[in-house]
Design a protein around this ligand. Sequence first.
Ligand SMILES: [Zn+2]
Ligand SMILES: [Zn+2]
Length: 689
Amino acid sequence: MTTWLGVWVNVPNYSGLSNVLTYSHPEPLVPGTLVRVPIGQRLATGIVVETQTAVPEHLDTGHLKSIAGVLSGLPPLPADWLNLARFTARYYQRAEGEVALNALPASLKGLDDRQLARRLKKIVPIDAWSAQADLGPQPHLTQEQVAAVEAIQNSTQPILLFGPTGSGKTEVYLRAAQACLIADPTAQILVLVPEINLTPQLIRQFEARFGAQHVCAMHSGLTPALRLHHWLRAHLGHCRILLGTRMAIFASLPQLQLIIVDEEHDASYKSQEGARFSARDLAVFRAHQSKRLHPCTVVLGSATPSLETWNAALLGRYQKVALTQRIGGASLPRLRMVDMQRQHKGTVIAAPLLEAIQQRALKGEQSLLLLNRRGFAPVLSCGSCGWKSQCPNCSVFQVFHKRDRTLRCHHCGFVQRVPHACPDCGEVDIEPIGKGTEQVQEHLVHALESCLTPSGHPLRVGRLDADTAPNAQALETQLAAMHAGEVDVLVGTQMIAKGHDFRRITLVAAINPDGALYASDFRAPERLFALLMQAGGRAGRDRELSRHGEMWIQTWIPEHPLFEALANHDFAGFAQRQLQERESAQLPPFVHHALVRAEAKTQEIAQGFLNDAAQAVATEAIALGITSYPAIPMTTARVANVERAQWLLEAPARPALLQLLAQVQFALQTSASRRRINRWAIDVDPLSI
Ligand SMILES: [Zn+2]
Ligand SMILES: [Zn+2]
């Protein structure tokens, strides 16, 4: 008996093919089964989503091809996984087949049944988890931690675990996972972390507690073979705890009962390519979805939650659980402000801050200096004619890197030698404007030259940014040097603020955080507050040292309320003010945004393409109460000689937005000017507009 199967394949939906293709097969297959199917002249992997014995309507079955092979060695993908892919595609405006197939490990997709069988043989089945055999040593919990674990066990809502750095959130994650496994030794737990650099630390903690055989990792640093191996272990239920970055949200976990999203506010949870999904938001959906099959809770942890999450907790949609004390009695750092208006012109580091750094180094303590700009100076300029180091390919300046005497574009990668004289007027005196990490490091080395540490060596000033740590391994080496006390002062970009647990740091300084306060991006203050709280959390995690932990801010606007909230470690106050501003300005989370971006040879073409689509959906937009703004150039309008434009849609409610976007898709796909567009994409809930 012939059956007709609907199969997801990875064909982008604007190629003219539907993403569900129909094939024939001698027998029905369960939805979620992986198959090999012919597409044109090639074979591709697909996922069965429908199966029926009646001849499909409107289909000329005589021309239908048949399935080329079934990956019968693999259990079908679970129904809640298929729903997750479906939801992601619908919400983020991509094809279901594209989302689903991209969520599978690349090396799974080339395999036929025989090759798959060989991979499966390598997987040693692991006995279920056992509390007696596997549980490692456990520290004593505070009352707050006990309450948090209980709340997670009993809650039917998403949990916001709110607590400052060092308040013991990780131990709560471990205990919640433990409670989950004690209740059901076959349960699976997904732990999401923002960055691959933070995974090794957390993996070690989970392995120590639950036994290495029960823990798996999934992140971009894995080889394709290892990635497949871990994916298969999770899918077959041989891995209890899966730790990973953004993409791990799509792991197949048939027994998923707890999802933990650490640092839930982190921007790296939002994908910037393909389906622009938020792994944090999908985690909330996935937990809700899996709950139909078995208990499933999601925990969002942060010291500085995103305002979306904070607002959901205020409205009672999420349950807020707070940890207020730092473990071991460590205190939060005291805030010291430096008013840059009172400093000499051209001051890189104000005298009192320099003095404080020096004093700490003399006692063998470390300082961390944060400046979110790498290179020596963001721009070179000629004082005579006003020439600036503009990138020839982009609408940004090339950054001056002094060490190798280059001008580098951080957008397109264009590099050139620093000119000896102004290219326009020949003036030899061209000057760096502004400061980057390289300059701050050089300045410190010079200023602290005569200063010796207790062991008699000159102060060592390190630098940590994308130039000195271009890959994860280099980063690990640099961080190890910091841990070992081989560096007295570390200057770096935001990568120094994240998650690293340095015991001897007692001073953290933000050298020039003001940019974010003037930025046109309405999320900039939220990000700055999170970054400064996180950076400040590095100071004094050791109880004794924490008594004189300090956070210094060099600013031109010391009276800014953001700094006041920071001084009081008052996230709630900061969030309240921000939410009020957002409500009165009608910004998220009080409205919902979608951004359509287009790239073309000229702004005119890119904007025209977007405005045409806007025209096509104008009536519907008004009917749905959606505001459609005219297309404008993106903040960085040109990158690598491509002009970029954006069109913003603002909706009072999500369903209305999704309804309109379906029509926007159609308008864009059928647009007459489509051929002149390099690429376009829809970004739902964009992080910056
Ligand atoms: Zn000049
Ligand atoms: Zn460039």
